[in-house]
Design a protein around this ligand. Structure first.
Ligand SMILES: *Cc1c(COP(=O)(O)O)cnc(C)c1O
Length: 359
């Protein structure tokens, strides 16, 4: 039986990448060592890291005046590093509050300055993004932080607010899923474990002029300058995670890059939303139409008493980790880049059979 893993993260990785890692496990490229055993300062690993960075730069079209940092601590550590590094003498930052991850970023930022919440979708259980014309931005804010894809609520938006302050985006669950114009952002960050590679690696893409003006008392390890000045090798970086991420980047390049991934992601999401919408109300997606995520698709069953049976039977059919987050209820299918179209087809077939059985 083919297994499809719909976990929100750590999430499915491309089979080809896992097979290549398996083949290279004991002896990377004739070095006689596993990548896990290599010095991060040796020529082999330095080459792996440099190639991974070059490939990510090519895939995303990252301009030369941006640094790419390979860090640890997860996206959650960025919730603190961002205000510590980007307040730059200012006292306020703008934050959008569109869900669980926005909320966490906001509460951490409040430890370092005033947070101006420009808008919130709390009135409808974080199921939409309020129109830009209603946002209350502060022209003196140090930056504007937002979460373009809220992983838990399944709320995504692709337009950018018009503002003169640097844009800071938590792309943990949507990086590499669609093209973005990096030059429009001050900083982009993502934990790797959703759409890039294994947990333990965090990627930060930051415009150079925003680096080097930390708040007093910022620890060395939480200063972007430390990592920028040392090519992410100030201390031991997450070497194996960087290696796997590098294999994913090479695979994406072979598959036609981010624009090609976007086409597949659109096809996958359309297929699943069509199954939900075409179920005569048996399934329901709580997200506003215009903010439906392509990556994380929450759906509820009309009769929540069937949730347990759905999860159990789905597992028996090889469809894993579909239980939704407790704040939304129901199910959630995460269909990142590494989820093949066949996986979504299998899920849709199962959903239709389950609905027919319980109609
Ligand atoms: C998963 C996730 C996080 C938290 O990531 P960690 O690496 O576990 O800290 C933050 N933001 C978003 C949007 C996420 O999806």
């Amino acid at each position: 039986m083919t297994i499809y893993n719909f976990s929100a993260g750590p999430a499915v990785l491309p089979k080809e990448v896992l097979q290549q890692a398996q083949a290279e496990m004991m002896d990377w490229n004739g070095s006689g060592m596993s990548v896990m055993e290599m010095s991060h300062r040796g020529k082999e690993f330095m080459g792996i890291a440099a190639q991974a960075e070059a490939d990510l730069r090519e895939l995303m079209g990252i301009p030369a005046n941006y640094k790419v940092l390979f860090l640890q601590g997860g996206a959650s550590q960025q919730f603190a590093m961002i205000p510590m590094n980007l307040l730059r003498g200012k006292t306020t930052a703008d934050y959008l509050n569109t869900g669980e991850w926005s909320k966490k970023a906001i509460s951490e930022a409040k430890k370092f300055g005033a947070v101006n919440v420009v808008t919130t979708s709390a009135d409808k259980n974080f199921s939409y993004v309020p129109e830009f014309s209603t946002w209350k931005c502060d022209p003196n804010a140090a930056y504007l932080h937002f979460t373009p894809n809220e992983t838990i609520g399944g709320v995504e938006f692709d337009w950018l607010p018009t503002t003169d302050v640097p844009l800071v985006a938590d792309m943990s669950s949507c990086i590499l899923s669609r093209p973005v114009d990096v030059s429009k952002y001050g900083l982009i960050y993502a934990g790797a474990q959703k759409n890039i590679g294994p947990a333990g690696l965090t990627i930060v893409i930051v415009r150079e002029d925003l680096i080097g003006q930390t708040v007093a008392g910022t620890p060395t390890m939480l200063d972007y300058k430390t990592h920028a000045d040392n090519d992410s090798m100030y201390n031991t970086p997450p070497t194996y995670g960087i290696y796997i991420a590098g294999l994913v980047f090479q695979l994406l390049k072979r598959k036609g890059g981010i624009a090609a991934m976007e086409q597949t992601n659109i096809a996958k999401a359309n297929l699943l939303y069509a199954a939900i919408d075409g179920s005569n109300g048996f399934y329901n997606c709580p997200t506003a139409l215009e903010n439906r995520s392509r990556m994380n698709i929450p759906f509820t069953l009309k009769d929540s008493g069937l949730d347990g049976a759905f999860v159990k039977q789905a597992e028996a059919a090889g469809l894993l980790q579909l239980k939704g987050h407790r704040s939304v209820g129901g199910m959630r299918a995460s269909i990142y880049n590494a989820m093949p179209l066949e996986g979504v087809q299998a899920l849709v077939t199962f959903m239709q059979a389950f609905a027919a059985q319980h109609a």
